[in-house]
Design a protein around this ligand. Sequence first.
Ligand SMILES: Nc1nc2c(ncn2[C@@H]2O[C@H](COP(=O)(O)OP(=O)(O)O)[C@@H](O)[C@H]2O)c(=O)[nH]1
Ligand SMILES: [Mg+2]
Length: 333
Amino acid sequence: MTQGRIAALCAGLVEGDRRAVARLLTYVEDGDLSQRRAVVAGLPQPAVDPRVIGLTGAPGVGKSSVTTALIGALRATGRRVAVLAIDPSSPFTGGALLGDRIRMQSHHADDGVYIRSMAARGRLGGLASAVPEALMVLAAAGFDEVIIETVGVGQSEIDVIAFADTTLVVTAPGLGDAVQAAKAGVLEIADILVVNKSDLSGAGRLESELKGMLELGHLVGSISTADWVPPVLRTVAVRGEGIDALLAAIEDHGIRAGLPAAERRRRRARRWLSEAVIELVRARLAEPGGALESQLAELAQAMVAGTLQPFDAVDGLVVALGLDRPAGAPEQT
Ligand SMILES: Nc1nc2c(ncn2[C@@H]2O[C@H](COP(=O)(O)OP(=O)(O)O)[C@@H](O)[C@H]2O)c(=O)[nH]1
Ligand SMILES: [Mg+2]
């Protein structure tokens, strides 16, 4: 029933049906394993390999404003742009995201722009496996660019940003100094540093602080070859200032990173694969009333009683997990 519906939605995707995109992303976000499996299996072969731009930074620095400005610049060159706005906490913070949506509405009537808020909700694997599946849907839907906006707070957001080809860390004067951002571990993942709100006083000081930290080698970026020094760029997102230079730096980073499309796809696939397996194991362990539940209790009991070595219990559980069962398939009875 659902499977047939998903197949029809996937067929609609080829025709560029935006509602099909929205519904498929909902299955990716909220669906069970079998539904997600049907989505991924039903997707047409993507004609494009989207460039993924990650944007992270503290709340209020202007990430959504920079995103909106980037959408405008990318649309001017004819690129189709999708945005995933990541809500780190829960469905309950929908209000803030609604504000983002309204602000981005200038692009709402444009068929070449798709904006989506995403939350981890009930998914055990969280966003680290949901986001790459969403990227698969957006690639199949023919988006050339995907911008992922996250609030740079926790490990789960850093995991998400790892799927980006180029990562922008956005800062702004008056919202905590650069050193604080460095302590939060966010600056380390920057390929490009953006000093937004450069119309406000303190922008110059923030810029030199960031450059100082670069010289101290605090910033690593995502390229292991180390021949990329993250540029520090000033923007006034609300006026579209500095956006062309920012886009040029993103292009430059893409070229210097030197990763061919096929290699980028392989890297993403590797990361998704390990996330998906971890999620599968968690799901199996959490299945209430399953055969595994009693096995787990028995092994734990034997371990506590001292009749079973702890790591022998682990081995027993690995066998009991039945990891040879296909993902999303029902348990054998
Ligand atoms: N003065 C000034 N305000 C800005 C600039 N960019 C964004 N803002 C304002 O900063 C606030 C937060 O922006 P938003 O894009 O929602 O930040 P986010 O939470 O990082 O996504 C909004 O009121 C924006 O209008 C800028 O370049 N200069
Ligand atoms: Mg925002």
